[in-house]
Design a protein around this ligand. Structure first.
Ligand code: NAD
Ligand code: GDD
Length: 327
């Protein structure tokens, strides 16, 4: 029997990861401030508590774990991290969690630990051209992320790599590029563009206008949760310690994302471009390193993941409208 600890198991990626590790036969402990929001956790042991408290962290890292996944963070989409309103919390909360979890893992001799960094750590100056963003792993320096969220990720990457160098920890660092799928935030202010657009389209009647932040020409790539987990586990079990992009290379404009979702919904929607937090102008995953090191890279079409995500969000929208009607 192998043992895994998933920090952030009540969140979107952590919840799906627990499911995947259980399917592989692991004994899994999940830890979070909260239970998963949309369905029960499959973890053998789910502990509610605050990873900012070292005593709590010591209590949950109380045995040998073969694999530790550190996904807990104070995070959200553009509406959460680019407004500036949560900067102090984002930096303090996430850095404290990382300092605590990594050190407890080291003291318990749990050597293999995964850290979920973000594409938000890449410098803004390489992401000004929407058609030609540069996000290769070696382009991280000179550092100039456009958000405090990105700076914390960069600090924590360095922290994990320092524990690898000085204490022989087997760290694995992924730079996730906008992960989406069912059971992610869709209406709580932390939702990212795929979920927000699915929600807006699901709530719209045929021919309605929906609001899009920015001019719609900013670019991104989006990775479906199943391929995110596949890449995460392959990286964890590889022998590569340096940070690696985990993302899709299928770059689209936000307007194209809207068109894709509207097509899936079978609705025609008008785009009303409004002011809003927009973040970098362009971003795309560069998968050369993951291909080279893992011999594998995500390649599923964006449309496939959007179909499954739209179906799930449309159901949430419908359920919520029944609840409101019943009140
Ligand atoms: P999420 O917000 O759904 O999950 C994070 C979880 O951490 C939440 O359930 C939250 O309650 C928990 N948490 C926060 N503070 C805590 C604390 N003090 N103690 C215990 N638990 C705490 O986010 P996610 O989308 O599942 O992302 C997981 C990780 O991947 C995060 O580190 C995030 O920064 C990183 N990441 C995600 C994306 C993405 O597109 N989803 C992109 C880049 C990086
Ligand atoms: N969230 C959201 N909601 N974004 C919208 C909307 C909307 O209604 N309309 C347009 N957008 C635009 C945003 O303005 C931004 O330019 C783009 O869609 C993408 O927004 P998000 O998906 O919210 O975030 P992001 O790609 O800028 O950053 C996300 O990905 C990072 C990793 O690549 C965040 O989730 C980060 O936390 C994450 O680390």
């Amino acid at each position: 029997m192998k043992y895994a600890l998933v920090c952030g198991a009540g969140g979107f990626i952590g919840h799906h990861l627990v499911r995947r590790l259980k399917a592989e036969g692991f004994w899994v402990r999940g830890v979070d401030l909260k239970f998963p929001r949309f369905s029960g956790s499959e973890a053998d042991d789910f502990v509610i508590g605050d990873l900012r408290r070292q005593s709590f962290v010591d209590a949950v890292v109380d045995r040998h774990f073969d694999e530790i996944y550190q996904l807990a963070a104070d995070m959200g989409g553009a509406g959460y991290i680019f407004t500036g309103e949560h900067d102090a919390d984002v930096m303090h909360n996430s850095a404290t969690i990382n300092l605590n979890v990594l050190d407890a893992a080291y003291r318990r001799n749990c050597r293999r630990i995964f850290y979920s960094s973000s594409a938000c750590m890449y410098p803004q100056y390489n992401q000004l051209d929407p058609d030609n963003p540069k996000c290769s792993e070696d382009s991280a320096y000179p550092a100039a992320p456009d958000s405090e969220y990105g700076w914390e990720k960069l600090f924590s990457e360095r922290l994990y790599l320092a524990y690898a160098r000085n204490y022989g920890m087997d760290v694995r660092v992924a730079r996730y590029h906008n992960i989406f799928g069912p059971e992610g935030s869709w209406n709580d202010g932390k939702e990212k563009a795929p979920a927000a657009i699915c929600r807006k389209v699901a709530q719209a009647f045929d021919g309605d206008a929906i609001e899009i932040w920015g001019d719609g020409r900013q670019t991104r790539s989006f990775l479906f949760i199943d391929e995110c987990l596949e890449a995460t586990l392959r990286l964890m079990r590889s022998d590569w310690t340096g940070p690696v992009n985990i993302g899709s290379e299928e770059m689209v404009t936000i307007d194209q994302l809207v068109d894709l979702v509207a097509g899936i919904a079978g609705k025609s929607v008008e785009k009303r471009h409004v002011e809003g937090p927009t973040g970098v102008r362009g971003r795309n995953s560069d998968n050369r390193l993951i291909r080279e090191r893992l011999g594998w890279a995500p390649n599923a079409p964006l449309k496939d993941g959007l179909e499954r995500t739209y179906a799930w969000i449309a159901r949430q929208v419908e359920r919520n409208s029944y609840l409101v009607a019943a009140e």
